[in-house]
Design a protein around this ligand. Sequence first.
Ligand code: ATP
Ligand code: MG
Ligand code: MG
Ligand code: MG
Length: 484
Amino acid sequence: MKTAEIKRRFLAHFEANGHTVVPSAPLPAIDDPNLLFINAGMVQFVPYFLGQRTPAFSRAVSVQKCIRTPDIDEVGKTSRHGTFFQMNGNFSFGDYFKEEAIRLAWELSTNPIEKGGFGLDPERIWPTVYLDDDEAFGMWQAIGVPAERIVRRGKKDNWWHMGIAGPGGTCSELFYDRGPEYGAEGGPEVDEDRYMEYWNLVFMQYEITDVKSKEVFTIVEDLPKKNIDTGMGLERVASILQGVDNLYEIDEVKPILARAAELTGKTYGAHSGHEAGKSHPDDVRLRVIADHVRTALMLIGDGVTPSNEGRGYVLRRIMRRAIRSMRLLGWEAPALPELLPVARDCMSPSYPELATDFERISKYAYAEEETFLSTLRAGETILDTAITDAKKSGGSKLGGAQAFQLHDTYGFPIDLTLEIAAEKGLEVDQEGFRRLMADQRNRAKADAAARKTGHADLSAYRTVLDAGGPIEFTGYQEVTRESR
Ligand code: ATP
Ligand code: MG
Ligand code: MG
Ligand code: MG
């Protein structure tokens, strides 16, 4: 089943059950000072959950574009983490609660394909519940899941909150058993790759504060109303229904991976079995490339442009990682002109604006790659020499001065130096690097201060003085008088 069809069925199922279809919010989380990017379907509904605003509907359904940069190190290594993904979600604002949320999720998961469902084998679904949530446990039993497949888990997995003060509650997650070829038996507690989480049902009923960690926080009070917030990973369900090993092999991602493999002359999957974590490094790189190119497309599509701070910096790092991965696989020419159009063709059936806006999107992307490639060309040889020298002299560290020079003279970002050095088995003297950066900052500050107090180069004014004689500066008095 195509990803677009899974999305369509999800929306249709919940629409038929009284939910209003709400479009995805754009990726930049502009209304939320605590978030750079939307990372879940519920984010755009927070004011409704907190009772601060009243929605025009009590049930909603959406397919939200999400970015999760904290998952970046998992990309390509697990079978289920993308930096960009789409979260299908159904929401109840003080309308239905646990029982109906469980029933609606179960029906869509297990209803036969010809009846509009996903046709998942009920015997492969493992629900989890919070430790003492006997209510949810009983509801799963009533629906037909045997007790031995319902797993009780603690706060780390089955208590949901946003990581900051706000709404929260216990949750129940659905895991799908992909079979023995994907790992060890025994349920999600044993192997979260074989048993893949695909849907999280949050029973949101508290307002919490003092959030110290996932597991340490204080419940302030009950929310004005009980709510439901669910998130189903569209790509994860696609990987199940398309019978592929991971989400980089689904219809919306695989063509990018295949093109990258073709360009670099690598045979994807030549060395890998089904299990994640046992992949050949080349395969991991190809997955990273496919994921990151798609993420870059979606981010620029939503108005983010590469820069040195905030959202733009996240985009820049993601793009650079994709470009470097292509180089590490042996492709030295610009890669994005080859890969970005493929990503566009994968995603534009669901997001037609990517096609109509492609000229703008690609202009930013290709320009960024050009700049980065010239930085790389300038710095890479110098870095390589420094690394070889460090190794020759028996050290395991690259000097702070060299890292600083690379940064200062060649615009080589420190994270890139760290990454390349690590690949060659070297550490970087970060202490030393930071000291030199601080010295430079202090010098810049001193210069600026000197300019302010006038102890700077005043030769430009000498001609004025020579020509017209001294002028009495009355600015301070005048301004003071005026402001009185
Ligand atoms: P995991 O434990 O596998 O990292 P999660 O518990 O962090 O997932 P949730 O926060 O519960 O995920 O998000 C809801 C759903 O969104 C998940 O059940 C999953 O299907 C999907 N999802 C979460 N993170 C990702 C990701 N990085 N890439 C793709 N899908 C994701
Ligand atoms: Mg996660
Ligand atoms: Mg989880
Ligand atoms: Mg979860």
